[in-house]
Design a protein around this ligand. Sequence first.
Ligand code: HEC
Length: 137
Amino acid sequence: MSKKLLVVACGIIAAVVMVSGLGLRADEFTKDDVDRYQDEFMSVVEKGRKLWGSGDLGTNGVACGQCHPNAANTHPETYPKFQKQLGRVIVFGEMMNWCLQQPLEGQPLALDDPDLIAMEAYARWERRGVALAPGKH
Ligand code: HEC
């Protein structure tokens, strides 16, 4: 290898090391950060808990929690999976929307709607510790 090539190669390696080093530093957080992230998360879980019990999500006064108390029998850990109602592999939010439209006779929410995210956070929090089983029926 010529001297010039060697210098260029060293430059590239140094740049990669620097960039990955910066990446590492960006991932570091303090205990205060972690506490704040956890508080933020739990406030969203709490919002989701209320939505699961709300009769105002759909149009007929029915609440998700009437059939799924504590988000029971919703199996978020099995998503994505094939659901015959939609005829394809779907994410959890699409199945929540299916129930939102059928038993609750409501309008589906966008998959990034904060309400749908809160409801997913609540269902997954209730199932925390259960092993992931994507695709399982
Ligand atoms: C009237 C009863 C009823 C209500 C109310 C209801 N569901 Fe369901 N839900 C069902 C039934 C029955 C199934 C099973 C459908 C199937 O798997 O064939 C189901 C399935 C689901 C599943 C998929 C479960 C799995 O094992 O994959 C999710 C997620 C879900 N419901 C979320 C909701 C949400 C969110 C709401 C409120 C918007 C809601 N449900 C309201 C009866 C209900």
